[in-house]
Design a protein. Structure first.
Ligand SMILES: O=C(O)c1cc(C(=O)O)c2c(n1)C(=O)C(=O)c1cc(C(=O)O)[nH]c1-2
Ligand SMILES: [Ca+2]
Length: 549
């Protein structure tokens, strides 16, 4: 029959499979497995590799799903592959065959699929949601989510809660309407739709439902209509509070002088009721965002000191801890070396803005240029961090870079880029951009860090074997001691690793898998950093590792 609601909710506690993006609905990316551990990981070797083919080699940001002897991965250009989990032999592949006019902002990526019953479900760059039979790869249903020619696309892995597929959307750079939606997993029919910008009316069971809060209070005039707030990274779910947590992206346009106000609920974390889509609480990490700090970063529930908390390492360079039951602010500490836009946060959780470091309003063609750190690609971008239940630490894939940024005039036009800003990204240090950091959520202090020459762009996995895994654009999957940060193992996969690693147990052995294939936003938007990494070869393959027998 395949996995149902109970199996998905229990994913983190059942290491024989990987059923959810995040290795559990809370997205902690922590495995209880210990057969591969800090003492023996140095001996780990490849078990097999499987290719996605040569023609469509772009960024491979997918996290594998592992179930019943099969591995399911999504590939660049909206493809899905099913491989035999023991041999790597391909069982089927599905290619969404995209139209010419798709408009993803940041490479033709996909971050993974969802599994439920007999289905594998994923989203496409032309904004469809597709359910495939997991044994055959044949289409069961295929729904259009939004018009791709208005700038909508889809790159995240869907989340399944109580028989509903719950997902966000991409297109914040085109002034689309950010939304969270739920569909019946068996039919694909829409159950509810919840826009993430004040002013828009949602839907519940085919009837209009309104936003919580005062409509339009944080926007002027009609600006909310093209206000962005894309939920392009999807969300997490906490069964204990019965809340969905979604990050919302940048307000549109980037030029903040064209939209005075806080611009709720952009660059925020919102908590939603999975049954109705109602927004239960919201917390804005960058009010009136003027740097494309976005705010989609994953919000990971964790418990500490008897409290139900949640943490988010935001693109704006701050690591936030909130009370996940009500969104109350607890702390914000920088996890990168430089944050020019704000000097910390006050007790209410508002940033202390540095006014001089907001790009100015353009008087004619161009406003004055300011240097801002982090850059718009963020202290951390989409690549998910991990929370180790063993060490109590968060492991954050972060980057040290800044940007020259200036504002320009712009008007909304359907399907056209809606930025009103120009930029050049620059490294802050000569010897490194990427830094994997172990963060203590109680103190906001960094316990250890690993510096990498190229920007880190892959997800993180931690295990009860005292290990932390992540990939590098230089091609390595690396393993570190979770307590000390000592590098214990590395293997070069032949192309940049920007996927999220997973681990599981099969036939009494522990396996680790990751996708290899360089790409994502850095080569496209990285300015001086893009030039520094332009020699990295493209790829598209799944790598699976184990200890030698
Ligand atoms: O506002 C949006 O809708 C949106 C979507 C996406 C995406 O779907 O990949 C990215 C971004 N913004 C973005 O700002 C960004 O830096 C980014 C990096 C990447 C990537 O996959 O490397 N995607 C996106
Ligand atoms: Ca964006």
């Amino acid at each position: 029959a395949g996995p149902g609601d109970a199996e998905l909710m229990n994913d983190a506690a059942t290491p024989g499979d990987v059923l959810t993006y995040g290795m559990g609905p809370q997205g902690q990316r922590f495995s209880t497995l210990t057969k591969i551990n800090a003492d023996n990981v140095g001996r780990m070797v490849p078990a097999y590799t499987a290719s996605l083919g040569g023609e469509k080699q772009r960024g491979q940001e997918s996290q594998p799903i592992v179930y019943d002897g099969m591995i399911y991965v999504t590939g660049s250009y909206s493809r899905v592959f099913a491989f035999d989990a023991r041999t790597g032999e391909e069982k089927w592949q599905y290619d969404a065959r995209l139209p010419d006019g798709i408009m993803p902002c940041c490479d033709v990526v996909n971050r993974g699929a969802a599994i439920y019953g007999d289905k594998i479900i994923f989203g496409t760059l032309d904004a469809h949601l597709v359910a495939l039979n997991r044994q055959t790869g044949k289409v069961i249903w295929n729904k259009t989510l939004a018009p791709y020619d208005a700038g909508y696309s889809f790159t995240a892995a869907p989340l399944i809660v109580k028989g509903k597929v719950i997902y966000g959307n991409s297109g914040g750079e085109f002034g689309i309407v950010g939304k969270v939606e739920a569909r019946d997993v068996n039919t694909g029919e829409l159950v509810w739709s919840r826009p993430t910008v004040e002013g828009h009316v949602g839907q519940l069971n085919g009837k209009p439902s309104t936003m919580t809060g005062k409509l339009n209070a944080s926007w002027q005039g009609d600006l909310w209509k093209s206000g962005g707030g894309a939920t392009w990274l999807g969300g997490t779910y906490d069964p204990g509070t019965n809340l969905l947590y979604f990050g919302t992206g940048n307000p549109a346009p980037w030029n903040s002088h064209l939209r005075p106000g806080d611009n709720l609920y952009t660059s925020s974390t919102v908590a939603l009721d999975p049954d109705s889509g109602e927004i239960k609480w919201h917390y804005q990490t960058t009010p009136h965002d003027g740097w494309d700090f976005d705010g989609v970063n994953e919000f990971i529930p964790f418990d500490a000191g008897g409290r139900k908390l949640g943490a988010k390492a935001d693109r704006n360079g701050y690591f936030f801890v909130l009370d996940r039951t009500n969104g109350k602010f607890i702390s914000a500490n920088p996890f990168v070396s430089k944050t020019t836009w704000a000097n910390g946060f006050n007790k209410q959780g508002r940033p202390n803005f540095v006014a001089a470091n907001r790009p100015s309003a353009p008087t004619a063609e161009k406003g004055s240029t300011v240097f801002s750190a982090p850059s718009f690609l963020g202290g951390k971008n989409w690549m998910p961090m991990s929370y180790s239940k063993q060490t109590g630490m968060f492991y954050i894939p972060s980057n040290e870079w800044g940007m020259d940024i200036w504002n320009e005039p712009v008007a909304y036009k359907k399907g056209a880029a809606y930025l009103g800003a120009g930029f050049t990204i620059k490294p802050l240090y000569e010897d490194h951009i990427g830094v994997l950091r172990a963060m203590d959520p109680a103190t906001g202090k960094i316990k250890w860090e690993y510096k990498n020459k190229a920007p880190l762009w892959g997800g993180v996995l931690s295990t009860a074997g005292n290990l932390v895994f992540t990939g590098t654009p230089e091609g390595y999957l690396k393993a570190f001691d979770a307590q000390t940060g000592k590098e214990l193992w590395k293997f070069n996969t032949g192309s940049g690793v920007v996927g999220s690693p997973v681990t599981w147990e099969q036939d009494g052995q522990q396996y680790v898998a990751v996708m290899s294939g360089w790409g994502g936003a850095v080569p496209l938007w990285g300015g001086e950093v893009a030039k520094a990494v332009q020699h990295i070869n493209q790829g598209g393959s799944l790598w699976v590792f184990k200890l030698p027998s």
